[in-house]
Design a protein around this ligand. Structure first.
Ligand code: FE
Length: 229
């Protein structure tokens, strides 16, 4: 499997390019509109064909490049089941597996940051957590129908029960981290270590974070797969 992490410095967003080397079919997870040219050039250099654009959720902090990439390449846009995005070609359910040659991408519903969010477990080794579990942190739960209790349950019952060696690739990082493991996060993530569900909910409900700068434009735009109204 080909696997590569890409970064958008304006919004601290990670995009992931995954490909099946035999069929040369590529998948882009959580693309960023402003990085479409970079991603298309990279995919072309590698001799890959973009088959799918996946989202972990409808983002509030950046506009997806999925709609633009579909226009340019004919790729299929996939969003989580329950996401309010009529523009998508397909919706992926909890437990559903997208098989691309030897690459297996399994969707794991991880609600709480938003009310329709999935993590993607790639070949049982690489976990794309979106904005559920972050490195030494987690996604906020104070807008987009977020729910701190649901996030706690999904992370502790679904993600923390995966093998300790599972690689954790988040949707964002603001402190320079790129990858972690489930074992490391269980041991060191300050949002979870020594906190029960009630403590976690109290903590998350009192973060008092400012809204993302792009929230007013990003959410409606992402309901259109990032394309103009
Ligand atoms: Fe988000």
């Amino acid at each position: 499997m080909f696997f590569r992490q890409l970064f958008d410095s304006e919004t601290s967003t990670y995009t992931y390019l995954i490909a099946d080397e035999a069929s040369k079919t590529a998948v882009l997870v959580d693309s960023v509109l402003e990085q479409v040219e970079r991603d298309q050039k990279f995919i072309a250099e590698l001799g890959l064909k973009l088959g799918y654009c996946l989202e972990t959720h409808l983002h509030a902090d950046h506009i997806t490049g999925a709609g633009k990439l579909r226009e340019l390449t004919g790729c299929i846009n996939i969003v989580p089941f329950g996401a309010n995005a009529a523009c998508a070609d397909r919706k992926i359910q909890d437990g559903e597996v997208l098989q691309i040659g030897l690459v297996e991408i399994a969707a794991i519903a991880t609600l709480g940051h938003t009310d329709s969010h999935v993590a993607y477990l790639v070949n049982n080794t690489h976990l794309l957590t979106g904005d559920s579990l972050l490195i030494r942190g987690c996604g906020r739960t104070d807008f987009q129908s977020g729910n701190a209790g649901a996030l706690y349950d999904c992370i502790t019952q679904k993600l923390f029960t995966l093998s300790d060696s599972t690689l954790v690739y988040p949707g964002h990082d603001y402190r320079g981290h790129m990858v972690s493991t489930i074992g490391e996060e269980k041991q060191f993530n300050p949002r979870f270590v020594g906190r029960d569900r009630t403590d976690f909910i109290t903590l998350m409900n009192n973060l008092n974070l400012p809204n993302p700068q792009k929230i007013m434009e990003a959410v409606p735009a992402n309901q259109r797969c990032g394309q103009a109204a």
